[in-house]
Design a protein around this ligand. Sequence first.
Ligand code: AMP
Length: 228
Amino acid sequence: MFQRKRLLSVASRVHLLIPGRTMSSLDRIHFGPYEVTEQVFLRTPHSFALVNIKPLLPGHVLVCPIKPHKRLTDLSLPEVTDLFSTTQRVQRMLARHYFRSSQGRNGAPSESSQPPPSPDDGSFNIALQDGARAGQTVPHVHVHILPRIPGATDKDPGPTDEIYEQMAHEDGNVGGALWDRDVSMKGRPKPGGQFPRIEDSSRQARSLEDMVAEADIYRAVLRDMEEP
Ligand code: AMP
């Protein structure tokens, strides 16, 4: 019974993703060696966006080319253009979901007739770790998008930002943890770079249900944005 319910809910989500088509193995989306179909909230001709299994901050998501290119320089011009225009589109969606327009465009207080929050109402870290020695552990190009929500997840004052350090080390945990779960993969991933691995034990991998719920929210915000 549970299995049937689960299959039905998966089928309805797939229908959302690719209207009018039933799921075949071709529709399944992979991020490196991991199947992430249910975490994907946006698909474009050459790219997809997915929620993160271990977000560093709320709204930390990834944008990838559909073809599993390992390095940025492997992408064709249409793929690069699509990857970064998708990144901009996801930024707009995250701004709308996480930011608040506290000020009108002319400094006036916001009112309900104000336009929805835009990327200008907060900040973002956009990062791409291109190669193992730069901290990349999933061998499939991915752009990290991290919204910095004003008053909540702003960068610490001072010259450094812990986020970069965390980004370079986190997959020592994530890749390893996923490998432990899937014994069919070859070779346990190791973090690259020359710094010793730092365990971040307070960060727990999330459940698929949590990630699916978040992907559902983002699909709804995107639909809302596209309405005339
Ligand atoms: P990098 O360190 O640049 O290779 O980043 C890998 C990113 O992918 C990290 O933010 C991980 O939390 C995330 N990640 C790894 N495996 C998965 C997965 N199966 N689903 C979603 N996110 C993942």
